[in-house]
Write a protein that binds this ligand. Structure first.
Ligand code: SF4
Length: 415
C-alpha cells in the first residue's frame, strides 16, 4: 500500500512539472513516505530523516515532507519534534501533495472522505504489473495494529473508478493488476468483491488479477468460487494467520479461531487444488506462552504455507495490545522468530522442489542484459530462465521447471 502511495505522489508531482533526482543533495523537495506498522520501521525512518538535516543548511530552499502513517500518528508533534520538517501528510491526504508543495508548509492529517473518489495519478515503476487501490482504511481494530488509527475507517472506491483505472492500464499494455485494500473481502462499493473480480476480468489485455489482503474471518464460499471460476484470478491467496493459538487470536481481536482458520484452508485446497497460500505470523504477542508458540509451529507444519512474512511483535501507539500485561522479552521473541523461519524454510523448499518437472505459465517481467529473463507463475513464484530469442516483458510463456530454490525457480522454455 505504501509503495503504491509513493507511486501516486510521484505521479502527482510529475504532473506539476517536478522531476525526480537520484542524489538527495540535488533535491528541492524530499518526501519520506513512512510506515509505522512496526517499531523498527519507525526507528529506521528517524535515522534517515536525521541524515537530511545538513542538506537543509546547504540548500535553504529545500523542503522536507513526512508522509504516511508516522506522519498521521505524530501530526503536529512531528514538526515540533523535528523543526526542519516542512510538511506532514497523512496517508488519507496523499492526493493533496501538490497543494502542500504550493503552500510551502503545512499539516495535512484530516479525515479525507474524498480519497476514495480521487483520480489515479500513479507513476508506476513496473510496466507489466500494476497496483490498484479498491479501498482505503480498516474497521477491524486488531489489537496490535495502528492502521485503523492512521488510515481511518474503510472507504471503498466506486466500481466505475476502479474499472476506468484498470482499463487505462490495459490500454497501456499492463497484463496484471493487484487490487489493494487492508481487507479486500469487505469491499463495499456498488457490488460485492467477488462480483468486482468478475467485472475486472472482462477488461481487455489484463490477463491476471491478484488481491491483497484478505481477512480470514471474511473469506467465504463466494470468493473461493471466484478464485476457482474466474479464469483471470490467480491461484494464490495471502491469508494472514498471525498465530496458531486461539487464545492469542482472541487477544489480537482477530475474530476467528485456529480451527475456523484451518477450515478455510481446507476449503481453499479442496476447491482449488494447487492454490498457493501465503501468510503473516507475529511471534511474541503479549501473553504468548511457550505452548501458544508451539501451537503456531504446529499450525505452520500442518498447513504448509508456500511462504510467510513473520515478525516480532512490537507495541504501537494507540493500540490495545500496547497496554496489555505479559509483554515478552526480546531474546524470547528472537528465538521464536528464528524457529518459525527455520521451519518455514524447510517447507518452502519442499514445496518448490515438488514443482520440478512441471510446466508452468509465466508472465515475463524483466529482461536482464544478455539472455536472462524472469517472471512469475500464477501462484506468484519467481521463475528465472534464459532465451536466445528476444522476449518482451508482458509475454506469457510456458516454462518447464528444472531447479527449485527457496526464493525462486529456474527452468527452460517449452516450445
Ligand atoms: S485487518 Fe487488522 S491487521 Fe489488517 S489493517 Fe485492519 S486492523 Fe490492521
Amino acid at each position: 500500500m505504501n509503495v503504491h502511495d509513493s507511486e501516486r505522489m510521484l505521479g502527482t508531482l510529475r504532473k506539476e512539472g517536478h522531476v525526480p533526482v537520484n542524489d538527495p543533495g540535488e533535491a528541492d523537495l524530499i518526501i519520506f513516505n513512512t510506515c509505522s506498522i512496526r517499531q523498527k520501521a519507525e526507528q529506521k525512518f528517524y535515522s534517515a530523516l536525521g541524515r537530511t538535516k545538513h542538506l537543509k543548511k546547504r540548500n535553504p530552499s529545500l523542503k522536507i515532507a513526512v508522509a504516511g502513517c508516522i506522519a498521521q500518528q505524530e501530526g503536529e508533534g512531528m514538526m515540533k519534534r523535528v523543526p526542519y520538517v516542512d510538511f506532514v501528510i497523512g496517508p488519507q491526504n496523499i492526493d493533496r501533495v501538490s497543494d502542500t508543495v504550493m503552500q510551502g508548509f503545512g499539516i495535512f492529517t484530516d479525515e479525507n472522505p474524498d480519497l476514495a473518489l480521487a483520480d489515479d495519478t500513479a507513476e508506476r515503476d513496473n510496466a507489466v504489473r500494476g497496483w490498484v487501490n479498491i479501498m482505503y482504511g480498516c474497521n477491524n481494530f486488531c489489537s496490535y495494529c495502528v492502521v485503523p488509527y492512521t488510515r481511518g475507517r474503510e472507504k471503498s472506491r466506486p466500481v466505475a473508478n476502479i474499472i476506468n483505472e484498470i482499463s487505462e492500464l490495459s490500454a497501456k499494455g499492463y497484463r496484471e493488476v493487484t487490487l489493494l485494500g487492508q481487507n479486500v473481502n469487505s469491499y463495499s462499493g456498488e457490488v460485492s468483491f467477488p462480483d468486482l473480480l468478475n467485472r475486472i476480468s472482462a477488461i481487455g489485455r489484463i490477463e491476471r488479477i491478484r488481491f491483497v489482503t484478505s481477512h480470514p474471518k471474511d473469506l467465504g464460499e463466494k470468493l473461493v468460487s471466484a478464485i476457482k471460476n474466474v479464469g483471470k484470478v490467480c491461484e494464490h491467496i495471502h491469508l494472514p494467520m498471525q498465530s496458531g493459538s486461539t487464545k492469542i487470536l482472541n487477544l489480537m481481536n482477530r475474530k476467528y479461531t485456529i480451527d475456523s482458520y484451518m477450515d478455510k484452508i481446507r476449503m481453499l485446497r479442496h476447491e482449488i487444488p494447487g492454490i498457493a497460500i501465503t501468510s503473516d505470523i507475529i511471534v511474541g504477542f503479549p501473553g504468548e506462552t511457550e505452548d501458544d508458540h508451539q501451537a503456531t509451529l504446529s499450525a505452520i507444519k500442518e498447513i504448509e504455507f508456500d511462504g510467510i512474512f513473520a515478525f516480532k511483535y512490537s507495541p504501537r501507539p494507540m493500540t490495545g495490545a500496547a497496554g496489555m500485561q505479559g509483554h515478552i522479552g526480546e531474546d524470547v521473541k528472537s528465538k521464536r522468530l528464528a524457529q518459525v523461519f527455520e521451519l518455514q524454510d524447510v517447507i518452502t523448499l519442499k514445496k518448490n522442489k515438488a514443482l520440478e518437472g512441471r510446466e508452468m505459465e509465466v508472465l515475463v517481467e524483466d529482461a536482464d542484459e544478455g539472455n536472462k529473463y524472469s517472471g512469475r507463475t500464477r501462484t506468484n513464484k519467481i521463475v528465472n530462465f534464459s532465451s536466445e530469442r528476444d522476449i518482451s516483458p508482458g509475454a506469457i510463456i510456458t516454462i518447464r521447471i528444472e531447479k527449485s530454490f527457496r526464493h525462486s525457480l529456474s527452468g527452460i522454455i517449452v516450445e
